[in-house]
Design a protein around this ligand. Structure first.
Ligand code: SAM
Length: 204
């Protein structure tokens, strides 16, 4: 598996950077999720675990996955009650085979993933019936997103940013009752409920 340099060298600075540039929109995400007590949540690309920590403290049972050893080390230091896998979703078939989640969250991470179709398809699979996915991503049409794209490319990070339309196109086959909020400046919030198997118009 290709490992990104960006997060290897940047893990120690990550939380401070997010705070300084006000990129850490935990409150908006928590508000959108509502009461998470007793809910099973999978945080894909959960990084240093800032959001996972808050969710666990609010009573959720949280699993975080992220391929960066340096990022997940920070998450482990933050909260020992989060189940953490330093892997990508595609590698977790054995560990997650009988697991189903109420929510899957992908915050500021989808644009780093190479096989986004596979990740969305597997997210559908690992959700409970009527489970929801929440994706927080940059809107590639905004200046701030373009600046971040340039920064990440300069750090040799291969990334792929989304427009609102391309994000929805990716998710619509697997999720219904979709909401796409563009009122967060450079970022957008996508939410969708798992479609029934018969509704999914791609085979898996
Ligand atoms: C910008 S950080 C976001 C971390 C966290 N979600 C947050 O909002 O604070 C992006 C994370 O995506 C992770 N990542 C990169 N490729 C991934 C993949 N294929 N699957 C899961 N996570 C991945 C990186 O290791 C990094 O920790």
């Amino acid at each position: 598996m290709r490992m990104a340099y960006l997060f290897k060298y940047y893990a120690g600075l990550y939380d401070g950077f997010m705070k300084k540039f006000n990129l850490d929109k935990n409150d908006e995400i928590l508000k959108s999720l509502g009461n998470v007590e007793g809910k099973k949540i999978l945080d894909i690309g959960g990084g240093t675990g800032t959001l996972a920590n808050l969710l666990q403290l609010k009573g959720a049972e949280v699993t975080l996955i992220d391929p960066s050893l340096q990022m997940v080390q920070k998450a482990r230091e933050k909260n020992k009650h989060i189940r953490i896998y330093a892997k990508v979703l595609e590698e977790l078939e054995d560990e997650l085979q009988e697991e189903y989640f109420d929510y899957i969250i992908i915050r500021d991470a989808l644009h780093h993933m190479r096989r986004v179709d596979e990740v969305i398809k597997l997210s559908h699979r690992y959700l409970k019936e009527k489970g929801k996915i929440l994706i927080w991503e940059f809107n590639s049409r905004t200046l701030k997103a373009k600046t971040i794209y340039c920064f990440e490319r300069l750090c040799f990070e291969r990334c792929h940013f989304f427009t609102p339309e391309s994000l929805q196109l990716l998710c619509t086959p697997y999720f219904r009752e979709e909401e796409l909020q563009l009122s967060y400046g450079a970022e957008m919030l996508y939410k969708g409920e798992k479609r029934g198997k018969d509704e999914v118009n791609r085979t898996y």
